[in-house]
Ligand binder design. Structure first.
Ligand SMILES: *[C@@H]1O[C@H](CO)[C@@H](O)[C@H](O)[C@H]1NC(C)=O
Ligand SMILES: *[C@@H]1O[C@H](CO)[C@@H](O)[C@H](O)[C@H]1NC(C)=O
Ligand SMILES: *[C@@H]1O[C@H](CO)[C@@H](O)[C@H](O)[C@H]1NC(C)=O
Length: 269
Protein backbone atom coordinates (compact mmCIF):
# COMPACT_ATOMS: atom_id res chain seq x y z
CA UNK A 1 0.00 0.00 0.00
CA UNK A 2 2.78 2.31 0.87
CA UNK A 3 4.44 1.65 -2.46
CA UNK A 4 1.38 3.08 -4.16
CA UNK A 5 1.84 6.48 -2.61
CA UNK A 6 5.57 6.58 -3.34
CA UNK A 7 6.98 8.26 -6.35
CA UNK A 8 8.67 5.92 -8.87
CA UNK A 9 12.11 7.15 -7.80
CA UNK A 10 11.37 6.43 -4.14
CA UNK A 11 10.11 2.95 -4.92
CA UNK A 12 13.24 2.28 -6.88
CA UNK A 13 15.41 3.49 -4.02
CA UNK A 14 13.55 1.30 -1.56
CA UNK A 15 13.93 -1.64 -3.85
CA UNK A 16 17.63 -1.03 -4.24
CA UNK A 17 18.13 -0.79 -0.53
CA UNK A 18 16.18 -3.98 0.03
CA UNK A 19 18.20 -5.93 -2.45
CA UNK A 20 21.46 -4.54 -1.12
CA UNK A 21 21.11 -5.39 2.54
CA UNK A 22 20.26 -8.75 3.93
CA UNK A 23 17.00 -9.01 5.96
CA UNK A 24 18.98 -9.84 9.10
CA UNK A 25 21.12 -6.75 8.82
CA UNK A 26 18.24 -4.34 8.27
CA UNK A 27 16.54 -5.94 11.26
CA UNK A 28 19.50 -5.25 13.52
CA UNK A 29 19.88 -1.73 12.08
CA UNK A 30 16.27 -1.05 12.98
CA UNK A 31 16.83 -2.49 16.43
CA UNK A 32 19.91 -0.38 16.94
CA UNK A 33 18.19 2.81 15.84
CA UNK A 34 15.31 2.10 18.20
CA UNK A 35 17.77 1.76 21.05
CA UNK A 36 19.58 4.89 19.93
CA UNK A 37 16.37 6.93 19.74
CA UNK A 38 15.27 5.70 23.18
CA UNK A 39 18.67 6.62 24.50
CA UNK A 40 18.36 10.11 23.05
CA UNK A 41 14.94 10.52 24.63
CA UNK A 42 16.16 9.33 28.02
CA UNK A 43 19.27 11.52 27.90
CA UNK A 44 17.14 14.43 26.67
CA UNK A 45 14.68 14.07 29.55
CA UNK A 46 17.57 13.77 31.98
CA UNK A 47 19.21 16.97 30.78
CA UNK A 48 15.91 18.79 30.66
CA UNK A 49 15.21 17.92 34.29
CA UNK A 50 18.72 18.62 35.47
CA UNK A 51 18.63 21.88 33.50
CA UNK A 52 15.37 22.83 35.19
CA UNK A 53 16.74 22.09 38.60
CA UNK A 54 19.94 23.92 37.73
CA UNK A 55 17.93 26.95 36.65
CA UNK A 56 15.86 26.89 39.87
CA UNK A 57 18.98 26.45 41.93
CA UNK A 58 20.61 29.40 40.25
CA UNK A 59 17.62 31.72 40.14
CA UNK A 60 18.73 33.49 43.34
CA UNK A 61 21.88 34.69 41.58
CA UNK A 62 19.82 37.28 39.72
CA UNK A 63 17.53 38.22 42.64
CA UNK A 64 17.07 41.92 43.40
CA UNK A 65 16.31 43.08 46.95
CA UNK A 66 12.52 43.06 46.25
CA UNK A 67 12.86 39.52 44.83
CA UNK A 68 14.56 38.39 48.03
CA UNK A 69 11.99 40.17 50.18
CA UNK A 70 9.29 38.25 48.37
CA UNK A 71 11.21 34.99 48.57
CA UNK A 72 11.74 35.37 52.35
CA UNK A 73 8.10 36.48 52.84
CA UNK A 74 9.18 39.75 54.47
CA UNK A 75 5.80 41.41 54.06
CA UNK A 76 4.27 38.73 56.27
CA UNK A 77 7.11 39.08 58.75
CA UNK A 78 6.56 42.84 59.02
CA UNK A 79 2.78 42.49 59.43
CA UNK A 80 3.34 41.84 63.15
CA UNK A 81 5.65 43.58 65.64
CA UNK A 82 9.24 42.63 64.89
CA UNK A 83 11.21 40.89 67.64
CA UNK A 84 14.38 42.45 69.09
CA UNK A 85 17.64 40.83 68.15
CA UNK A 86 19.24 39.48 71.29
CA UNK A 87 22.95 40.01 71.91
CA UNK A 88 23.43 36.25 71.48
CA UNK A 89 21.82 36.40 68.07
CA UNK A 90 24.02 39.34 67.08
CA UNK A 91 27.08 37.43 68.23
CA UNK A 92 26.07 34.43 66.16
CA UNK A 93 25.48 36.56 63.07
CA UNK A 94 28.91 38.18 63.52
CA UNK A 95 30.50 34.73 63.83
CA UNK A 96 28.60 33.65 60.74
CA UNK A 97 29.92 36.76 58.99
CA UNK A 98 33.54 35.95 59.85
CA UNK A 99 33.22 32.41 58.48
CA UNK A 100 31.49 33.83 55.41
CA UNK A 101 34.11 36.53 54.83
CA UNK A 102 36.88 33.94 54.82
CA UNK A 103 35.31 32.25 51.83
CA UNK A 104 33.91 35.26 50.00
CA UNK A 105 35.99 38.06 48.60
CA UNK A 106 33.33 40.72 48.10
CA UNK A 107 33.11 41.96 51.68
CA UNK A 108 35.18 43.61 54.40
CA UNK A 109 34.82 45.33 57.73
CA UNK A 110 34.80 49.12 57.40
CA UNK A 111 37.09 49.50 60.41
CA UNK A 112 39.78 47.24 61.90
CA UNK A 113 38.53 44.41 64.04
CA UNK A 114 40.04 46.07 67.10
CA UNK A 115 38.24 49.38 66.40
CA UNK A 116 35.38 48.97 68.84
CA UNK A 117 33.12 51.46 70.61
CA UNK A 118 30.55 51.00 73.33
CA UNK A 119 27.47 53.11 72.55
CA UNK A 120 25.27 51.81 75.34
CA UNK A 121 25.84 54.95 77.47
CA UNK A 122 24.79 57.22 74.60
CA UNK A 123 22.16 55.40 72.54
CA UNK A 124 19.70 52.66 73.42
CA UNK A 125 17.14 50.69 71.39
CA UNK A 126 13.45 51.35 72.02
CA UNK A 127 10.08 50.85 70.37
CA UNK A 128 9.73 54.20 68.56
CA UNK A 129 6.13 53.77 67.47
CA UNK A 130 3.78 51.21 65.99
CA UNK A 131 4.30 52.68 62.57
CA UNK A 132 8.04 53.33 62.72
CA UNK A 133 8.95 50.21 64.61
CA UNK A 134 12.20 50.03 66.54
CA UNK A 135 14.51 52.98 66.90
CA UNK A 136 17.33 54.47 68.99
CA UNK A 137 16.92 57.07 71.72
CA UNK A 138 19.35 59.10 73.77
CA UNK A 139 20.41 57.12 76.85
CA UNK A 140 21.49 60.41 78.49
CA UNK A 141 21.49 64.13 77.68
CA UNK A 142 23.73 64.78 74.69
CA UNK A 143 25.27 68.16 73.93
CA UNK A 144 25.40 69.70 70.47
CA UNK A 145 28.54 68.58 68.62
CA UNK A 146 29.07 65.44 70.73
CA UNK A 147 29.93 62.18 68.99
CA UNK A 148 26.81 59.98 69.03
CA UNK A 149 27.49 57.03 66.72
CA UNK A 150 30.22 55.93 64.38
CA UNK A 151 31.30 52.99 62.30
CA UNK A 152 33.26 50.32 64.15
CA UNK A 153 34.53 46.82 63.51
CA UNK A 154 30.84 45.86 63.47
CA UNK A 155 30.21 47.81 60.26
CA UNK A 156 30.52 45.62 57.20
CA UNK A 157 30.64 46.53 53.53
CA UNK A 158 29.51 44.26 50.71
CA UNK A 159 30.80 45.26 47.31
CA UNK A 160 28.96 43.04 44.83
CA UNK A 161 25.46 41.70 44.30
CA UNK A 162 26.48 38.06 44.33
CA UNK A 163 28.12 38.30 47.76
CA UNK A 164 25.18 40.32 49.11
CA UNK A 165 22.63 37.72 48.00
CA UNK A 166 24.75 34.90 49.35
CA UNK A 167 25.10 36.57 52.75
CA UNK A 168 21.36 37.32 52.98
CA UNK A 169 20.58 33.66 52.28
CA UNK A 170 23.11 32.57 54.90
CA UNK A 171 21.59 34.89 57.55
CA UNK A 172 18.07 33.86 56.61
CA UNK A 173 18.95 30.19 56.90
CA UNK A 174 20.33 30.72 60.41
CA UNK A 175 17.58 33.06 61.69
CA UNK A 176 14.44 33.13 59.51
CA UNK A 177 13.18 36.69 58.71
CA UNK A 178 16.42 38.31 60.01
CA UNK A 179 17.55 38.98 56.45
CA UNK A 180 14.32 40.98 56.09
CA UNK A 181 15.50 43.27 58.88
CA UNK A 182 18.96 43.63 57.39
CA UNK A 183 17.52 44.52 54.01
CA UNK A 184 15.57 47.40 55.53
CA UNK A 185 18.50 48.61 57.67
CA UNK A 186 21.37 48.48 55.22
CA UNK A 187 22.17 51.38 52.94
CA UNK A 188 24.07 51.88 49.69
CA UNK A 189 26.82 54.42 49.49
CA UNK A 190 29.81 55.51 47.46
CA UNK A 191 33.00 54.11 48.93
CA UNK A 192 35.35 56.66 47.43
CA UNK A 193 35.20 60.36 46.56
CA UNK A 194 35.30 59.66 42.81
CA UNK A 195 31.96 57.83 42.96
CA UNK A 196 33.41 54.79 41.23
CA UNK A 197 33.19 52.29 44.05
CA UNK A 198 29.89 51.32 45.63
CA UNK A 199 28.86 49.11 48.43
CA UNK A 200 26.06 48.08 50.71
CA UNK A 201 26.80 48.84 54.33
CA UNK A 202 25.26 47.26 57.40
CA UNK A 203 26.03 47.43 61.09
CA UNK A 204 26.08 44.03 62.75
CA UNK A 205 24.75 45.52 65.96
CA UNK A 206 21.82 47.65 67.18
CA UNK A 207 23.23 50.83 65.56
CA UNK A 208 21.08 49.71 62.67
CA UNK A 209 18.04 51.03 64.43
CA UNK A 210 18.84 54.70 63.75
CA UNK A 211 15.77 55.99 61.93
CA UNK A 212 15.93 58.80 59.40
CA UNK A 213 14.63 62.22 60.36
CA UNK A 214 11.57 63.18 58.35
CA UNK A 215 10.74 66.62 56.98
CA UNK A 216 8.73 67.55 60.02
CA UNK A 217 11.15 66.54 62.76
CA UNK A 218 14.42 66.86 60.85
CA UNK A 219 17.58 65.01 61.85
CA UNK A 220 19.29 65.59 65.20
CA UNK A 221 22.24 63.37 64.35
CA UNK A 222 24.46 64.31 61.44
CA UNK A 223 27.31 62.58 59.60
CA UNK A 224 30.30 64.92 59.87
CA UNK A 225 30.04 68.36 61.41
CA UNK A 226 26.57 69.83 61.43
CA UNK A 227 26.10 72.41 58.68
CA UNK A 228 29.59 71.90 57.28
CA UNK A 229 29.49 70.82 53.63
CA UNK A 230 31.32 67.61 52.67
CA UNK A 231 32.42 66.92 56.21
CA UNK A 232 30.96 63.40 56.12
CA UNK A 233 33.85 60.96 55.62
CA UNK A 234 32.53 58.13 53.45
CA UNK A 235 35.21 55.77 54.73
CA UNK A 236 34.66 56.60 58.37
CA UNK A 237 31.06 57.65 59.00
CA UNK A 238 30.89 59.52 62.28
CA UNK A 239 27.68 61.02 63.62
CA UNK A 240 27.51 64.09 65.84
CA UNK A 241 24.61 65.74 67.62
CA UNK A 242 23.30 68.60 65.46
CA UNK A 243 21.78 70.20 68.59
CA UNK A 244 21.30 69.45 72.27
CA UNK A 245 19.35 66.20 72.65
CA UNK A 246 17.50 65.35 75.84
CA UNK A 247 17.63 61.88 77.42
CA UNK A 248 14.86 59.71 75.94
CA UNK A 249 14.52 61.70 72.73
CA UNK A 250 14.64 59.62 69.57
CA UNK A 251 17.90 59.89 67.62
CA UNK A 252 17.24 60.64 63.96
CA UNK A 253 19.92 60.53 61.28
CA UNK A 254 20.33 62.37 58.02
CA UNK A 255 21.00 59.56 55.58
CA UNK A 256 20.91 61.97 52.64
CA UNK A 257 24.50 62.89 53.53
CA UNK A 258 25.95 59.53 52.54
CA UNK A 259 23.35 57.29 50.91
CA UNK A 260 23.56 56.97 47.13
CA UNK A 261 20.66 55.06 45.66
CA UNK A 262 22.25 54.74 42.21
CA UNK A 263 24.82 52.33 43.59
CA UNK A 264 22.09 49.77 44.17
CA UNK A 265 21.46 49.65 40.44
CA UNK A 266 25.19 49.36 39.85
CA UNK A 267 25.20 46.28 42.06
CA UNK A 268 22.20 44.80 40.24
CA UNK A 269 20.08 44.79 43.38
C1 LIG B 1 44.44 47.06 65.14
O1 LIG B 1 44.67 46.02 64.18
C2 LIG B 1 45.42 46.43 63.07
C3 LIG B 1 45.52 45.25 62.13
O2 LIG B 1 44.25 44.79 61.81
C4 LIG B 1 46.79 46.90 63.52
O3 LIG B 1 47.50 47.38 62.41
C5 LIG B 1 46.64 48.01 64.55
O4 LIG B 1 47.89 48.34 65.09
C6 LIG B 1 45.74 47.57 65.69
N1 LIG B 1 45.50 48.69 66.56
C7 LIG B 1 45.50 48.58 67.88
C8 LIG B 1 45.25 49.84 68.64
O5 LIG B 1 45.70 47.53 68.44
C1 LIG C 1 34.03 43.76 67.09
O1 LIG C 1 34.72 43.64 68.30
C2 LIG C 1 33.95 43.17 69.39
C3 LIG C 1 34.81 43.21 70.62
O2 LIG C 1 35.97 42.48 70.41
C4 LIG C 1 33.43 41.77 69.09
O3 LIG C 1 32.61 41.31 70.12
C5 LIG C 1 32.65 41.80 67.78
O4 LIG C 1 32.25 40.50 67.44
C6 LIG C 1 33.48 42.40 66.67
N1 LIG C 1 32.68 42.55 65.48
C7 LIG C 1 32.82 41.77 64.43
C8 LIG C 1 31.93 42.03 63.25
O5 LIG C 1 33.62 40.89 64.39
C1 LIG D 1 37.29 57.41 62.36
O1 LIG D 1 36.80 58.48 63.12
C2 LIG D 1 36.91 58.27 64.55
C3 LIG D 1 36.20 59.42 65.23
O2 LIG D 1 36.71 60.66 64.82
C4 LIG D 1 38.37 58.15 64.91
O3 LIG D 1 38.50 57.91 66.30
C5 LIG D 1 38.98 56.99 64.13
O4 LIG D 1 40.36 56.91 64.39
C6 LIG D 1 38.76 57.17 62.65
N1 LIG D 1 39.21 55.98 61.97
C7 LIG D 1 39.95 56.03 60.87
C8 LIG D 1 40.34 54.72 60.27
O5 LIG D 1 40.30 57.08 60.36
Amino acid sequence: MRINTNSPQQSQRTLRRRTKSSPRLSYSVRGASTILISLFVVVGIFFFQVGDRFRDKNLWKSFTIPDMQEHFKCEEAFATTRPWWTSDQWREVRDLYHAFAQENKGTYQMADDNDTFDFSEIAEPFQASEEKGRGLRAARDIREGELVLRITNNTIVITDGYTYRKFMFAVEERFPTFACDIMTWNWCQDLDDEGEKFGIVVDLNDNNLLNAGDEETGANVWCGTYGEEDSCDMKNLTFYAARDIRKGEELLGDYGEFVSSHSRDELGL
